[in-house]
Write a protein that binds this ligand. Sequence first.
Ligand code: UDP
Length: 328
Amino acid sequence: MKVLVCGGAGYIGSNMTELLARRGHKPVVLDNLSKGHQAAIKNAEFVQGDFGDFDFAVNVLKKYKIEAVMHFAAFIEVGESVDQPLRYYENNVSRTRTLLAAMEAAGVRKFVFSSTAAVYGMPEQIPITEDTPKSPINPYGETKWAVERMCHFQSQTGRLRYAALRYFNACGAGFNATLGEDHEPESHLIPLIIYTAMGKRDNIKIFGMDYPTPDGTCVRDYIHVEDLARAHLLALAKLDEKTELVYNLGNGKGYSVRQVIDCVRKVSGREFKVLEVARRAGDPPVLTADASKAKKELGWKTDYPELEKIVESAWKFHTANPKGYGSK
Ligand code: UDP
């Protein structure tokens, strides 16, 4: 299948592109390289440009005879979304609306969308199922939820078939640790701990020690990026039968910030400085997925259920690429 991967030069998008290519599909990456890295695109055609430019997007969809779109291009910083909500609505919602309009104009029906556990906000019920009330607590989560609703209504017209995939904490490096995380700025826990273990940072800060969790630090559900990519492929195939799909993607097992730090210590064999600081605004104590729906309906299985294997892959990527993709 000819698949347009918007944001295919980014972290999750590049892993998706590689998987599509290895499974015999023809991925075409559309990325403006504002955040992504051209070096992360290995086995795909690359078009540099803006998915939110209607005429351009229609042209790309037609020129490459695209049959499905996977959409990873979004701003992802919660704190930044609070400071600059309009930028987030513009990029994550308005431009995605234009992309959907371009798909409609070009007659492309299938859409797989990167959503997030942030649509649930501070859920009362753990683990989180797809039916847990949607109540985002920041503009980032709101913009993802807004796109899900837009897709829902567009699918009701019969002109769109879509899957919204709600990721928990994406992490690790895919394809023999060649495709990893390289964000600027980096805010995610696992790469930040690894940078500290590598001596690129002076310390790692634990945001809050007084949460109602076994060791007082926040618990999250870490899911390997290659496992995520495989769920997208299964969801895409399922769109032959269904018009509307929504799945949580996580391992269903939580690890605390302390446990993640201990795991990096073990995998790296390095000691480093850990500081205990105040809570970060907006962090729920525990977020873990009930992903049984994706397992049952898609036959999805995770290859990296253990944190140690995830951290090993990330450690391998970062130590092989100490300056990220700029190392090459
Ligand atoms: N965290 C932390 N120190 C950091 C970065 C993150 O203690 O330098 C914590 C954060 O408060 C959260 C967990 O690690 O509980 C995962 O954070 P991340 O930003 O990676 O993902 P999120 O869960 O916010 O999507």
